[in-house]
Design a protein around this ligand. Sequence first.
Ligand SMILES: *Cc1c(COP(=O)(O)O)cnc(C)c1O
Length: 495
Amino acid sequence: MNQTEAATREYSLDPDDWQAMRALGHRMVDDMMNYLERVRERAVWKPIPERVKTQFRQPLPIDPQGAEQAYQDFLHFVLPHPMGNIHPRFWGWVIGTGTPLGMLAEMLAAGLNPNTGGADHVANHVEVQVLNWCKEMLNYPSEASGLLVSGCSMANLVGLAVARNTKAEFDLRRLGLRASPSRMTLYGSRETHSSIHKAVELLGLGSDALREIPVNGDFQIDVSALKTSISKDRAAGFLPFCLIGNAGTVNTGAIDDLNRLADICDQERLWFHVDGAFGALAALSPQLSPLLEGMERADSLAFDMHKWMYMPYEVGCVLVREKEAHRQTFSLTPDYLSHAERGLAGGKIWFSDYGVQLSRGFRALKAWMSIKEHGIQKYGSLIQQNVDQARYLARLIEASSELQLLAPAPLNIVCFRFAHDSLGEEALNELNKELLMQLHESGVAAPSYTTIDGKYALRVAITNHRSRREDFNILVKEVIDLGEKLVSSQGTTVK
Ligand SMILES: *Cc1c(COP(=O)(O)O)cnc(C)c1O
């Protein structure tokens, strides 16, 4: 190449050799299918060796290493060290499993690579279809608006932003909260998820504005304490504006009495926001759906499809009963984004008018394809299966003299611990903490933890379509074995 040739050469990021790229793609699909098919045979989780960590402290690549090298590095350094949530014995936090078709759909979405902020193209119609299916499956009004988002944290933020702007008694968008004549307050049980706290802070309401209401023995919001708190605030000159109903709390899976809460919202003119991150999906099971009665009365409803619909990260959803309130919270259209009558900049669907993001990915595709692949009834059966597994585990715990159930398990979350007569509360907390770390390090199973009334609990949250009953037998046996070993190694068996 001479100098003028070099100066005029134009580049792109497409492969020089499409055939080689195609072959690489086929190998990736084969490797990942093998990996997923045999996930049960591997450890749930392993600590990352130091030699692997150093791979992620390399200098910025200046010259090309090539697609093949990038893939080899993925195979050697990334693939063998997963979080573990694709494994049948992962039950930590509330984390979904993903599916093979979900993985492929992500590839197709990235191949098309549309920006679903707006404009007239088919990806937006796919999202509208998915949103309509969401309304239908949760019995939510068909005229409602909605948005697919990164997850329930974002769904809660969007829902509460609409609540705040709609219920403010002044032009909040223009004047900001400092113009509020009275402090705006909102209500939720003390079991309310941290993402609601985060949203409240981000919305400038201040964390004190969220009144944390006590719960009853089933970890549901205490309705009389709630009413007292609202009237006290009114008497003190605050502006109560929103009530959060929990459809499946993160600690124990408790579902508030949503119809009662909707009645209170009607009486008190409050916005009713439901955080149904995973619990909302229990509505897909005919046996469980009565637990969620009243959810359809929410002004805004937030839930995830990457938890209890097992779709790959990320995809959550928010539905808002009043479309116009939703749009008025987020629509902001400078000239360079103005919508046209016709052509590519036409079309009626501009999702950027309904949320924080302008540029948005095609997360609707995996949802659309997954729901088509399985049909909604299958999701209901799997959700019911997970709840039945939680009940099975709770029975194993209750039948065991070494284990103790620490909270009711109404849904898919079971909190328990290893217990021993010789140990006081503090020693039991220490022992169960160590037990959980050893359990993770053994690679056998991965529950997470929480604290229930001061007691350190192993917490099993089942949003896993790969789990089988035998997996819970394995868990129980391993917890008892580890617990007994810990007790004897501490020499605390003296009664
Ligand atoms: C997981 C969860 C959230 C947050 O959802 P993300 O998808 O993690 O953003 C909110 N509320 C509850 C009850 C949850 O379990």
